[in-house]
Design a protein around this ligand. Structure first.
Ligand SMILES: Nc1ncnc2c1ncn2[C@@H]1O[C@H](COP(=O)(O)OP(=O)(O)OP(=O)(O)O)[C@@H](O)[C@H]1O
Ligand SMILES: [Mg+2]
Length: 350
């Protein structure tokens, strides 16, 4: 691992046994995240984005499991950590905003107490916790921190809202509460799974603005999972495009948006609606995402790809290094160079 990496994922593979066969939801994923970096993980529904995030925190439920790979956080492989060590890391060093806000918030507890929970679990505020009433000072200090973070994330009148129940919050406020919950322990990585999908565009812009402020003021690195390439391009520095469990293209936002190297990225860009160009119609990508339990040998995108050649469906396609820090999993790169550090065992000869 190079010294500057905060998180490095190597060859991560996560599978779910199903009646249809084994679903390879994440298949040989490599990702790197530096402190303070904003990485977008983009792809259509069902391509494995949430599974990558849940695998990082080792939250894949049985019978699903991580079958291969390393998840190096500050050089320590999270796959080798004990359950206790993982509980200490979750929420404190790596926090997650889950895809569905309402299922994350417990309807029977007030929001303020739910935000305070992480402080309590990780003993962030020191002092005697027992016997009563010695713990009052600790609880008061914890509450002060909760009120401060509620204010920071833009929840109005935090004093009143502390004792409100989740159903008394609007969708945007619930999302802010979740962000507060994720940030209260000052994590170095925030995993944000579709944090604005259910929100209208103005609230979406506010939430993204808030996350950017957090990134700038606390240096929190963020992995933003979204199906919206436009949103990722606005927010992130680097983008990884995922298709059928694999990263198919990776690069800086400029590289991805101005000069996509993978036909799937090209397709995603073409189907972005643009108000300024009304006469230009949105071009959907033909076909559907393949069944992850029955993936073809070759490129999973080949059946939908206008550039596909016979070979694309016949051989396993490695990741090609297009230029420095830029990768694409497409046979169009004929003058390729295989990146040895990525450990590709499949080498294609043309
Ligand atoms: N617990 C599970 N059991 C069986 N299959 C699962 C399970 N969780 C996820 N999968 C499968 O893994 C694949 C990837 O799912 P995942 O939720 O990671 O996709 P996603 O990219 O986050 O999609 P979305 O944008 O809809 O949230 C899908 O085919 C899904 O059906
Ligand atoms: Mg998801």
């Amino acid at each position: 691992m190079s010294g500057t990496e905060l998180l490095e994922i190597r060859q991560l593979t996560t599978v779910f046994p199903t009646r249809r066969g084994e679903v390879r939801a994440v298949d040989g994923v490599n990702l790197r995240l530096k402190p303070g970096q904003l990485l977008g993980l983009v792809g259509e529904s069902g391509c494995g984005k949430s599974t990558v995030l849940l695998s990082i925190l080792r939250l894949i439920r049985q019978p699903g499991q991580i079958v291969q790979g390393e998840i190096l956080f500050r050089g320590r492989d999270l796959r080798k950590q004990s359950g206790k060590a993982m509980r200490a890391i979750r929420g404190k060093d790596i926090a997650m905003i889950f895809q569905d806000p309402l299922s994350t918030l417990n309807p029977v507890f007030v929001v303020g107490e739910q935000i305070r929970e992480a402080l309590r679990i990780h003993h962030i505020v020191s002092g005697p916790r027992w016997p009563w009433p010695l713990d009052i000072a600790v609880r008061q200090n914890e509450k002060k921190r909760v009120l401060k973070i509620m204010e920071d994330v833009g929840i109005p009148s935090p004093m009143d809202r502390y004792a409100a129940y989740p159903h008394q919050f609007s969708g945007g406020m619930q999302q802010r509460a979740l962000i507060a919950m994720a940030l209260i322990c000052g994590p170095s990585i925030l995993l944000a799974d579709e944090p604005t999908t259910a929100l209208d565009v103005t609230i979406q812009a506010q939430i993204m603005d808030l996350m950017r402020q957090i990134n700038q003021s606390h240096g929190t690195a963020i992995i933003l999972v979204t199906h919206d390439l436009g949103l990722a391009a606005e927010f992130c520095d680097t983008i990884a495009v995922m298709y059928a469990g694999r990263i198919v293209e990776q690069g800086s936002v400029d590289q991805i948006v101005t000069d996509p190297q993978h036909p799937y990225t090209e397709g995603l860009l073409a189907c972005r609606p643009r108000i300024q160009q009304r006469e230009q119609r949105v071009q959907p990508i033909p076909g559907n995402v393949p069944d992850l339990a029955a993936l073809p040998v070759g490129c999973a995108f080949a059946p939908r790809c206008k550039y596909a050649r016979e070979l694309c469906a016949q051989v396993s396609i490695p990741m090609f290094s297009v230029e420095d820090g830029r990768f694409s999993r497409c046979l169009r790169h004929t003058d390729f160079r295989i990146e040895p550090h990525l450990g590709w065992d499949e080498i294609v000869r043309l």
